[in-house]
Design a protein around this ligand. Sequence first.
Ligand code: NDP
Length: 457
Amino acid sequence: MKSVMDAKGLDTAEKYVNDVYNLVVSRNPSEDEFHQAVKEIFDSLVPVLAKHPEYMEQGILERMVEPERLVMFRVPWVDDNHKIQVNRGFRVQFNSALGPYKGGLRFHPSVNASIIKFLGFEQILKNALTGQPIGGGKGGSDFDPKGKSDQEIMRFTQSFMTELYKYIGPDADVPAGDIGVGAREIGYMFGQYKRIRGNEAGVLTGKGIGYGGSLARTEATGYGCVYFVDEMLKDNDLSFEGSKVVVSGSGNVSIYAMRKAKELGATVVACSDSNGYIYDEKGLDIDTVQRLKEVERKRIKDYLNDHPDAVYVEGCRDIWTVPCDIALPCATQNEIDEESAALLVKNGVKAIGEGANMPSTLEAIECFQKNGVLFAPAKAANAGGVAVSALEMAQNSMRMSWSFEEVDAKLNDIMKNIYSSCVQAADEYGYQGNLVVGANAAGFRKVADAMISQGIV
Ligand code: NDP
């Protein structure tokens, strides 16, 4: 690296990055996930900053790590036993340099400020990579939708929106789904927003097709991840055809990643939920998984009722012990640690595509890279969801809708473009083939340039 870049410039950039990182850690104590996301991005930016010292002079990193706004609010609701419950709601509006804040809402008991900030921070660069005019945001609640009745979900989401509506709007901030927030939750939230503010279709994405949703939004993150990985494989004379694939999770992203991988000729041998994983070397029946999880809201172990030949193993982390050619982590953050990564490498994995946000720890990424495993980082590989959300916003503004095929073709193009901009940026900064550096550098430059143009705000 130092041979192609001025060594003094690199030292200055490295010191700047370390100083700002230390500031983030001291200002945001106990926010481990946020620190991790900042570190992953910052480490890639040293060569970019060395080449463009104006970003340091303009204090871009100090400004970027500080959300424009973070709201936290009480969400009271009454359960089916007439007991009052209180959850905590969040919305982080991280960066609007490129457009209205955009990012999903997560309902999961683990949600706290650190999780929301890590997701919001990553979202800034992810959204920039899509080439769409959208800024970065994220939100959610520590509410656990699992085991709740439809009525409880509706009462909770209505209470949540009764506070959230004050901060969002079609040109201001446009939430979507994430873990625990699918079509049902978006529908209830949209209904409540409409009662308060009127019919502003563009305020949420991931809506039902009958009332302003976009065709192919449900499929977009999973399909997009496979489109991205497919580009990466082809570039390295590999393919999904005939490969063995393991996909963690069995939610929105996993189901459509499995479907597309299978369509491209792969055999999906394992998937999971938070309790355990199922395995069948002949290939899983994705229709059964989809019915169990999307329609019946059952557990993945119930797959064995339809397919007694499959194997169920308690404990979701062990899914990475299953040998495969391609691994698509599509469940949650930090699901692949160094030990799991080493095991995947030992079992011959050739490529990783991150469908979930930050599913690999920093040590796991290093292990993949050291061992020559192709690695598609989340902010590029899972950007298809937000890209199609931006297409949903466009359709809502124009009061028209595109066919499934049109949206799917646009998604495919967007994922190809993201792949080539990551490859080009990695080359430009001397890290050929390193898509982590490529994704961070390409996304960062768009946001940083827009921030400079808009002054110190
Ligand atoms: P879903 O709620 O539809 O599915 C999540 C899946 O992951 C479920 O199978 C769930 O199991 C499992 N899971 C959740 N939390 C954990 C955990 N702590 N440990 C183990 N397994 C867990 O969510 P999505 O599919 O929408 O999201 C999955 C990932 O993809 C997240 O990281 C999300 O941020 C990311 N993502 C999603 C996008 C989208 O468009 N939906 C866009 C971009 C990224 P169980 O049912 O047992 O909880």
